[in-house]
Ligand binder design. Structure first.
Ligand code: BG6
Length: 483
């Protein structure tokens, strides 16, 4: 017996900058992701070291003309191999494939007068290929890959002028693909903009005085841009379904001490304020105090409030990897890592090699909480396990740990559905091994399809089906009855 609704959108997800490679092919401009080198020595609890991009990093990146040492520039060569990969997604039985359009393929400099036809054609071909297998595209318009020129010449999203460039880009692709794409997300993990401002908003910390203020300013511009594009999308095709995307970071209090409980509430509010704006249409009242306490003066325009209110999203999508702990006495506990977060350790949870706490029940809690709060359809668009895989002598990959992860998490989605939550779909992160967003490693693998490439970019790029491939194929074929 299955509890998943008929038409549940099973699938997988990737981002252009982590998969396509071909960073300078066919007229593509440089993007923010192309500035990120691979650092061999890493402290996974130290976000600053992993993802932080300074003016100096950018200077080096702009002078570096090859892909060597910059894994996101070569990805897994999805640009040239997407047909082979989409055929495997078809074999998996995917109903949906979440991918992003790399903005810098369409408008290489961001402010170009005309789009790059070769970039547009590339995605046309990709969508056609998906439709051959009955796979619906779910397109993220901006997934950590804005054109570098918009950073260098405009200061990234903190400059209001960027809104118009994004609008033009979105209108161009929504018009071009109006009959090929139904599901759209305006920004990946929009809350990243205030956590890692370069990755999320193209804001370089050492170029501003008050980085928190600059980040929230950038975020405000993204909210406005998202609403404008949601409005525009509905004009282009009323059948479009347009969603927002949050990295849901649920915080549990470390203890029952009311101080810890209050801290957890604040941390949750700061995370959920993004969906509050995009789904309810206005900033929650507590943000007024937060802005005042942190010396943040947002520059807004008179029409912004109405625009946000009138153009809220059709559904809420989110990534979920882990839960976090809030406390007013963090020094009492050890710290564990993550890509956008580090948190004190939850003694009840096991952690991955990268310090991410494994908490399947947290996914059910998140689904219930989001549905209670917004009563909008929910879409789990990222969830998965980053792990090292070993190819056995017979060529097989016995990734039982990944099966275990997926089974436990999907079971919790099922429980949430039984709780009455409206869930549109589930796209496993990675689906195929790609370059890690945070560490730029290849060895942090999420896929059910293995890609033969190491951290230095060596390998045949051959694709192999892992044991989890067959498990996920069966889970999809049974619409979640056989997990
Ligand atoms: C999400 C991002 O934060 O986490 C993805 O949207 C990313 O781009 C994923 O790949 C997993 O993170 P990482 O750092 O392990 O690749």
């Amino acid at each position: 017996m299955t509890t998943f609704p008929h038409g549940f959108l099973w699938g997988g997800a990737i981002a252009a900058n982590q998969a396509e490679g071909a960073f300078d092919a066919d007229g593509k401009g440089l993007s923010t992701a192309d500035m990120v080198p691979y650092y061999k020595k890493k402290d996974y609890t130290n976000l600053k070291e992993l993802m932080h991009v300074t003016s100096e990093t950018i200077k080096r990146g702009m002078q570096h003309t090859s892909a060597e040492g910059y894994p996101k520039r070569y990805g897994i060569d999805f640009y040239h191999r997407f047909k082979e990969d989409i055929a495997l997604f078809g074999e998996l039985g995917f109903k949906v494939f979440r991918m992003s359009i790399n903005w810098s393929r369409i408008f290489p400099n961001g402010d170009d007068a005309e789009p790059n036809e070769k970039g547009l054609q590339f995605y046309d071909d990709m969508f056609d290929e998906m439709h051959k297998y009955g796979i619906e595209p779910l397109v993220t318009l901006s997934h950590y890959e804005m054109p570098m020129s918009l950073v260098l010449n405009y200061g990234g999203w903190r400059n209001r002028a960027v809104i118009a460039f994004y609008e033009k880009y979105a209108e161009t692709v929504m018009t071009r693909y109006r009959d090929k794409v139904k599901y759209w997300l305006t920004f990946n993990e929009i809350n990243t903009t205030v956590i890692e401002p370069f990755t999320g908003g193209g804001v370089v910390e050492d170029t501003v005085d008050n980085i928190r203020e600059a980040s929230y300013q950038a975020l405000h511009h993204q909210f406005v841009a998202s609403s404008l594009v949601t409005r525009k999308g509905r004009e282009i095709n009323p059948e479009f379904r347009i969603g927002c995307m949050l990295a849901r970071m649920i915080h549990y209090p470390a203890t029952s001490d009311p101080e810890d409980v209050l801290q957890a509430q604040i941390d949750n509010q700061l995370n959920l304020m993004h969906t509050d704006v995009q789904a309810r249409g206005s900033y929650p009242p507590f943000m007024k105090r937060y802005f005042a306490d942190h010396n943040i003066q947002l520059v807004t325009e008179p029409g912004d409030e109405l625009l946000l209110r009138e153009n809220t999203v059709d559904f809420i999508s989110f990534s979920y990897y882990t839960s976090l702990i809030s406390t007013v006495t963090p020094e009492k506990y050890g710290v564990t890592g993550g890509n956008l977060f580090s948190t004190v350790k939850n003694p009840n949870l096991k952690i991955t090699e990268w310090g991410w706490q494994l908490d399947p029940i947290g996914l059910r809690i998140v689904l219930k909480e989001l549905y209670d709060r917004y009563q909008l359809p929910l879409f789990v668009v990222e969830n998965g396990l980053g792990a090292k895989d070993k190819v056995e002598e017979d060529g097989s990959i016995q990734d039982d740990y990944r099966i275990d992860y997926l089974r436990k998490h999907i079971t919790q989605v099922k429980e949430a559905v039984l709780d009455g939550v409206e869930v549109m779909g589930y796209t496993a992160w990675g689906a195929i091994d790609i370059i890690s967003a945070s560490t730029s490693e290849m060895s942090k693998r999420y896929g059910v399809i293995y890609v033969d490439q190491d951290d230095d970019g060596h390998g045949t790029l051959e694709r192999k089906k892992k044991k989890s491939f067959y498990w996920y194929q069966k889970a999809i074929a049974s619409n979640g009855a056989d997990l």
